[in-house]
Design a protein around this ligand. Structure first.
Ligand SMILES: [Zn+2]
Length: 446
């Protein structure tokens, strides 16, 4: 098939960054999209198309869509409800009680839609979402037009969608049966953490994931309290515990990984576990700092995640990149550490590798899915432009994203959503937020 004969969308002019892990920006002529596929990148070839199919990218940079490897989308409904608290207090006194009361299929659909809209407008094209009632989260992603790995939450304790002890397995199997079948959606499971899932739960969840050929995600070694608790219970580190449970391999995605020993890093490297770094959530909850330079130096695959909007509190991956790089330099006392290209790699093709989607997305390459972001470079905080990669990591904001294309469909055009009405979503969000505010004694400002 000659894809050049039938472009459905044509990007012209500006600059293009095909793959931050291997190349720098180029002056851009023309990139052709055919259906959901990138047909040709930066070509001067002229074929027939109508003016309505052309996106002029003058004064802009065309780049691969950003990959947010860890988010709890529905938790945007709890954004700002409880801040400035330690993780354990935040979780046990505010988040878990609020989840028990408000998390429902409708709430998950609404909060996930709000987050999907926020991420689409700020240049995220793929997310890895983990929470409850995840078939609803999948539908929200489909409605907004993103791509996603959708991970059903697994905990030993009762949860909003698995109300008795140990009911997680039945719920997980129901999720695999009911998650919408869609080319942009990949299912997965998410074991909350070694302190809320016993080793046997991890083993069973890993078995289910193997039988469906999907990823198993988990928070791992997020806080010192977790490490101390696991050591008290089992006499080992959280990573050693998971290793002895036989669940660590290339399909395991470990989120946070703040408190790792040298032996933990060796175990992750040898078992080919992928890592998700969530610097802003780790900073806000004062959990500590992941040793990202060390993990990258050891050849581990690392992606970036925002975590949920209740612990960040926004889902802007441009901000997350800046934080990841600056924090990486600070903790390694090395200004050359976690440089701009490495950071942008984590947010694009690195994240795609974490999710097992690197053959599909993460770079602008012919034959890959057309997941593309157009960043407006004309704003004062982005000028003058000596180094576009530095500019993207250290200066750009989500609001600089002008156009977003996922699977060849333009879901954001001139900073406006094409897929869903934000006004309709906002009205519903405020109705539910008013109820949450009145029940919790908070004031909702409108
Ligand atoms: Zn998380």
């Amino acid at each position: 098939m000659n894809l050049l004969r039938a472009p459905s969308l044509v990007l012209e002019n500006g600059l293009i960054l095909r793959d931050p892990s291997t190349s720098g920006p180029e002056v851009h002529a023309r990139t052709l999209i055919s259906g959901d596929i990138i047909a040709s990148v930066n070509t001067s070839e002229k074929v027939d198309w109508s003016p309505g199919q052309v996106v002029d990218c003058s004064n802009c940079l065309i780049m691969p869509g950003l990959v947010n490897c860890h988010v709890h989308s529905a938790m945007s409904m709890f954004r700002g409800l409880a801040d400035d608290l330690p993780l354990e207090t935040w979780l046990n006194q505010f988040i878990f009680p609020s989840e028990a009361k408000y998390v429902s299929p409708e709430m998950v659909r609404l909060g996930s839609t709000l987050s999907a809209v926020e991420m689409a407008l700020s240049g995220v094209t793929t997310i890895a979402d983990a929470y409850f009632f995840m078939e609803e989260a999948a539908q929200a992603v489909i409605d907004v037009g993103l791509r996603a790995v959708i991970a059903q939450g697994v905990l030993d304790v009762p949860t909003p969608d698995a109300k008795s002890q140990g009911a997680w397995k039945e719920r997980a199997l129901y999720f695999f049966r009911s998650v919408p079948s869609h080319p942009n959606i990949t299912p997965a499971l998410f074991c909350h953490s070694p302190y809320l899932c016993q080793p046997g739960t991890y083993s069973s969840a890993a078995e289910i994931c193997k039988s469906h050929d999907v990823k198993l995600f988990s928070h791992v070694a997020e806080t010192l309290t977790e490490s101390q608790l696991i050591h008290k219970r089992y006499g080992v580190t959280p990573v050693e515990l998971l290793n002895s449970s036989g669940v660590l391999d290339s399909s395991f995605v470990a989120v946070h990984c703040v408190h790792l020993t040298d032996r933990d890093v060796e175990i992750f490297r040898d078992s080919q576990v992928s890592i998700v770094h969530c610097p802003e959530s780790n900073m806000k909850l004062a959990s500590g700092h992941a040793r990202i330079k060390n993990l990258l130096d050891n050849g581990l695959t690392v992606g970036l995640g925002t975590d949920g909007a209740a612990s960040n509190n926004n889902l802007d991956l441009f901000e997350e990149m800046r934080s990841a790089s600056l924090l990486g330099k600070l903790v390694s006392k090395n200004p050359e550490a976690v440089n701009a290209a490495e950071t942008l790699t984590m947010a694009t093709i690195g994240g795609a590798r974490v999710l097992g989607l690197d053959d599909v997305i993460g770079t602008l390459s012919p034959g890959k899915q057309a997941d593309i972001v157009v960043v407006d470079l004309s704003q004062p905080h982005l000028q003058p432009l000596y180094n576009p990669v530095s500019q993207l990591v250290y200066c750009a904001r989500g609001s600089d994203v002008r156009d977003v294309i996922v699977a060849g469909k333009q879901i954001v055009r001139n900073r406006k959503l094409c897929s869903v009405s934000y006004n309709v979503i906002k009205k519903k969000v405020l109705e539910l937020a008013a109820k949450i505010a009145s029940d919790t004694g908070k004031k909702l400002f409108q």
